[in-house]
Design a protein around this ligand. Structure first.
Ligand code: RIB
Length: 314
């Protein structure tokens, strides 16, 4: 599928990872070996996850990404195509493996993740230059931090210059994130753990999340969303002094891996396709989509399609 002018709802500049997932009764302690009871591989990486979720909801999508010249890379590109993601800007890099994520999921559905970014780190700022035409014709750009931060910054700067809406999911979060990234984000979206790292203060409940969301606005983003797992999310935006708590419906949790990416992908979909909706309503609908994703195992394998969701969400 070629990127034609005016047709892309969502452009992602980000990562592709193969997820290697072990299911265990609990997360192991340092130095401990435990028995797991199930192992699966799946398609992951925050960038691709968000892109695939937006696509499954009906957005036209493309991703700028790098995978290795290996079996994982081949099957990853096939997976993107099967999800109707434009792969014109996905390339295979020689001499480096496709990114992998070692994921452990416990009986409560909570996870811990180690990534080895591999080919993702070969995505360089100059690669962003190759897609300027496609990016200009997109409605929303979505970025994360599993690729080089300078690549993310270049994409966001370019989008900002051309009036493309930007969503930044600064994950994995680091305490020393480049402050320019706040300025370049129309919407900054993080989970509670990432919010704590960025803000260097605890986010243990809705009130603390509201305080931290407001502090992110002072750093320069137009809006800040902090996702809170079963407690939904908190939304703060410029021009409104009161942050909003958006509750989530309660579901039977099987695996929370990638739920935040499902949320961000849905956010991008609604921003592109339903710009008439208030941000709080967009967040409410994105919570509904992400809630479905925690009811099944795996990352992209758990993401809902538009056809399986109620019409009122669209
Ligand atoms: O956010 C979940 C994702 O984080 C996983 O798919 C894994 O690949 C890591 O990127």
């Amino acid at each position: 599928m070629a990127a034609r002018s005016g047709v892309l709802d969502v452009f992602v500049v980000g990562s592709c990872m193969m997820d290697l997932v072990s299911f265990t009764p609990r997360l192991p302690r340092p130095g401990e070996t435990i028995h797991g009871n199930r192992f699966i591989t799946g398609f992951g990486g925050k960038g691709a996850n968000q892109c695939v979720q937006a696509s499954r909801l009906g957005a036209t999508t493309a991703i700028l990404a790098k995978v290795g010249q290996d079996n994982f890379g081949e099957s990853y590109i096939k997976n993107l195509k099967e999800n109707n993601v434009n792969t014109d800007f996905v390339s295979q890099t020689d001499g480096v493996s496709t990114g992998v994520a070692q994921i452990t999921v416990d009986e409560e559905g909570q996870n811990s993740i180690v990534i080895v970014a591999g080919a993702n780190l070969f995505l360089r700022p100059e690669d962003v230059g190759r897609l300027e035409e496609a990016l200009v014709s997109s409605k929303v750009l979505v970025c994360q931090l599993e690729v080089r931060p300078e690549t993310t910054a270049r994409a966001l700067r370019f989008a900002r210059r051309h009036g493309v809406k930007t969503i930044l999911n600064p994950a994995p979060a680091t305490e020393d994130m480049d402050p320019e990234l706040y300025d370049l984000a129309d919407i900054l979206c993080v989970n509670e753990t990432e919010a704590e790292i960025l803000a260097k203060q605890p986010v243990r409940n809705v009130e603390e999340a509201e305080t931290v969301a407001l502090s992110f606005l002072k750093h320069g983003c137009q809006a800040a969303i902090i996702t809170l797992g079963p407690s939904g999310c908190v939304v703060a935006h410029n021009g409104d002094p009161t942050p909003h708590h958006v509750p989530s419906r309660s579901v039977q949790v099987i695996d929370t891996t990638g739920a935040g990416d499902s949320f961000v992908g849905a956010l991008a979909f609604y921003l592109a396709r339903r710009p008439d909706l208030e941000l709080v309503e967009i967040a409410r609908r994105a919570c509904m989509v992400a809630a479905v994703s925690v009811t099944a195992r795996g990352t992209q394998s758990s993401y809902p399609y538009r056809s399986s969701l109620p019409d009122v969400l669209f």
